[in-house]
Structure formats: C-alpha cells, structure tokens
Design a protein. Structure first.
Length: 441
C-alpha cells in the first residue's frame, strides 16, 4: 500500500461535519453493532467470509458517546478458535510508538525531559555520534554536525534507522550489534536473542555504536528512535520503562488488557498472527505458543505491546479529550496539543513510509510528524479530516487515528503480514463514515 495510512480519514467528515445538510451528528443509541453500523459490519463479515482474514475488531468513537465496537470472525482459522471481541488481544507493533511518545510527553510536562535536550544527557553513549557516508556499501563515516535530541527521537529525524529499513553494510552492522527490537515468533526468537542486547540500557548503548544514516535533524527516516526513547524514559522517570508506562498510562486509564508479556492465563484471548503466502494465510505466531507469552529481552518502545481494541480506544479517547478520561488526568491539554502538533525540525518534511512499517506515502494534503505519529498539517478536501488529525499503524495491519477537532477516533485490529495485503484501512473508515452519515439531525 503506497497510500497514507490515515488518508481515508477524509471520509470521516461524513460522520461529523456540519457541512452535511448543515446538521450535526446524532449518533444512535447503543444497540447491537450490526444495527448501529451496518455497512461497517457487512464489510467485516465479507472480509472473514472471503477468507481475507480470520477475524477483525474495530472501535470507533465520537466525542464522549459510548464507543462502537464492530467485530467479525475468530482469533485464528481453527474451527474451535474463540470469537474476535473488543477484549481480544492483538500485536499492535508500531502502534506502541504513540504510547511510548506520550510517556515521554508526561516527563516533558513535568520538566524531567526537555524536548530539545541532547539524548546524551540521559544516555552518555550518544555524546559522540558519526554519520555513514555511504551506508549501503560501507561503514565509513564523518562526525555528526549536531547532537541527537529528544525531538529527533520522537519524530524519526535522529539519523537512526531500523533493521526493517536499512540495507547493505548498515543493516549488517545493526544485525551484528543485535539492534533487533521486536518479537516475531517463537521459532525465530532464539536466533534473535543470541545477538540482541539483553537489557534496554545495553540496547541503547549499542545503538549509539552504529553510524547514523543521515545527519541528525536533517531527514525523516523510520527508526528505532522510540525504542531508545524508552531508555531515556526510564533514566528520567526513575523506574523501568515498562513500569512507567504501566503506572502512568495503563493503570489510571484502566487499560487492563495491555501487555508487554501476555499472561499464559490470557492466551485464549490472543489472536494468531499470520503471513500471506500467495493467497494462503500461514500461521506465523500461533497464539498457543506465541513469543509474546514469554518475557521479551526488554520492553520495546517501538513495537512491543499486545493490546485490545477496547484498551487502545481508551488511550485515543484520552488524547481526544486533551489528556483526561473519566475524570482522570494523564497530561495537561497543552501537552497533548504539543504532542499531536508538527514537531519536525525546521526544514524536514514527512513523505511517508511503506504500509508494512506502519504508514504509507502521503497524498496531496501536507503531512507532518508529531510525537510518535503522523499529523495532518492542513484540513483535507472539504475540511476533512481536520488539521491536526494524528495517528499511526502497525506492521501486522492495525491502525489508529484521532481527529482532535471533530473528536472522532478509530482503532482497527487484525494480525497478518504484510499490513497492506488488503485496503482495509481505507475501506473500513469509508464504511464507518457512510454509517455515520445516517445519524444526523
């Protein structure tokens, strides 16, 4: 998919804008989701019926009205598999990044981290960085012209890269250093652990040993920046990174189905992750033996979480309500607005990345990048979606967005590689928008 992962959000305006007959949205009273959102339900049912995915769940919200959950199918292709529900567990991969970024923003709000602080203030190994002159062919390098900052980690402008993006000599160096911050399956995990750093602190120090792909603050390159940010959070926050997220975000928001390690007692709720071979769905990480049932080498701030649609919706609802949910404040409104604004260094633009890495190429509406997610820099066609719409997706097909102006949010959960196998993100948002168009005064 060479399209922006939230480009389809332009259709959300059908659900919210007063331009439709000049009237405001009148959502239905909560009933069955099939009755409330029939086109979305029909789309999901067709995906499952046609064998495109074993199961799917979405959560859509408008303002503070009850969330709509739409679900179809099961957690695997096995006949006895449990149905997919709002509380099923899904690998969200890069949708972990916005969570990590908001944890960082909490510390920025508290004055424990500065947005433009050098990363070396928290991780001394980053004090002297070098930049590869021809990263695909050689590790030859020159000194970095400026320090990497917190802003650069949050916006993928640090000059760091990813093992899923890098090529040639630099990729081999990332692999040699064990810069592999993700879990794929129990079958490949032992090989990854033989080289992967055993702790978050060691990981961050190893990242600092590799040359950068570009001078800091000069280009957008998808990267392990949010994983390194996890180490900054635990240094500045005075506790392990995962505990900080659990304590400052998950617990107060009552996100009880968000895990770095899935308890074995909850394995029945976990979806199986698949890979497409031709048109066939092949189990890549079966739920019963999932790599997520064992503790990771360390918590991966860029790709480590397993979550339910209900939980991710609560996270997005908090952002839509500018830092507060159910009377519990996580961040100040100005902190949330800053996080979901364009934080790119001057002169840097965001052009998007491939669908399998959580985003896609931007369309005509200009895009920027905030704390861990993309941001619309202008209203879409006809004023929709709104300027400031923020979101990101995951490598296994998940997607999340929040429009802070219209107070619309959405989460879609599936688990298969590659994420862009089907135009799910655009079709699901279009179906939801069409359903919402029915509910206006």
């Amino acid at each position: 998919m060479k399209r922006n992962m939230i480009a389809g959000l332009a259709l959300v305006a059908l659900a919210t804008t007063a331009a439709i007959g000049g009237k405001a949205l009148q959502p239905p009273a909560p009933t069955t989701q099939t009755a409330a959102l029939p086109q979305t339900q029909a789309l999901f049912d067709a995906y499952v019926r046609d064998g495109k995915m074993p199961g799917i769940v979405a959560a859509f919200g408008v303002g503070d009205r009850p969330t709509w959950f739409v679900q179809a199918g099961r957690l695997s292709t096995e006949a006895e598999a449990a149905p997919a529900t709002p509380d099923s567990l899904w690998r969200v991969y890069s949708m972990t990044k916005p969570v990590t970024a908001m944890a960082a923003m909490i510390l920025i709000e508290e004055g424990k981290i500065g947005l433009d602080d050098p990363v070396a203030k928290y991780i001394p190994a980053f004090a002297t960085m070098r930049v590869a002159t021809s990263p695909e062919t050689s590790l030859a390098s020159v000194p970095a012209e400026r320090p990497i900052t917190i802003r650069m980690l949050l916006t993928h402008t640090s000059g760091l890269t990813y093992n899923i993006i890098a090529k040639g000599a630099l990729l081999k160096e990332y692999e040699r250093l064990g810069i592999l911050p993700a879990e794929v399956s129990a079958s490949v995990e032992p090989a990854m652990r033989r080289t992967r750093a055993p702790t978050l602190a060691a990981f961050a120090d190893r990242v600092a040993q590799a040359p950068l792909i570009a001078q800091p603050g000069t280009a957008w390159n998808y990267s392990v920046g949010l994983d390194v940010m996890g180490r900054v959070i635990e240094v500045a926050g005075g506790m392990p990174f995962d505990r900080f997220v659990d304590t400052r975000i998950f617990a107060p928001l009552r996100m009880t189905s968000s895990f770095w390690t899935v308890p074995r007692s909850q394995a029945r709720r976990l979806a199986t992750n698949y890979a497409f071979t031709g048109d066939a769905l092949v189990p890549l990480d079966p739920a019963a033996t999932s790599v997520y049932l064992q503790p990771p080498s360390f918590p991966y701030g860029g790709a480590g979480l397993v979550m339910s649609a209900r939980d991710y919706d609560r996270f997005l609802h908090m952002l839509a309500d500018e830092g507060t949910l159910d009377g519990v404040r996580i961040m100040k409104p100005e902190t949330v607005r800053l996080a979901m604004s364009n934080l790119l260094p001057a002169g840097v633009t965001f052009g998007g990345v491939g669908g399998a890495t959580g985003g896609a190429t931007a369309r005509a509406t200009p895009m920027g990048y905030g704390a861990g997610g993309s941001v619309y820099l202008a209203d879409g066609p006809g004023g929709m979606p709104s300027k400031g719409t923020y979101g990101w997706g995951g490598a296994a097909g998940t997607v999340a967005f929040v429009d802070p102006v219209k107070k619309v949010r959405g989460t879609i959960m599936v688990n298969y590689f590659p994420a862009d196998r089907w135009p799910l993100r655009q079709q699901a948002v279009a179906a939801f928008a069409a359903d919402m168009a029915r509910y206006r005064r």
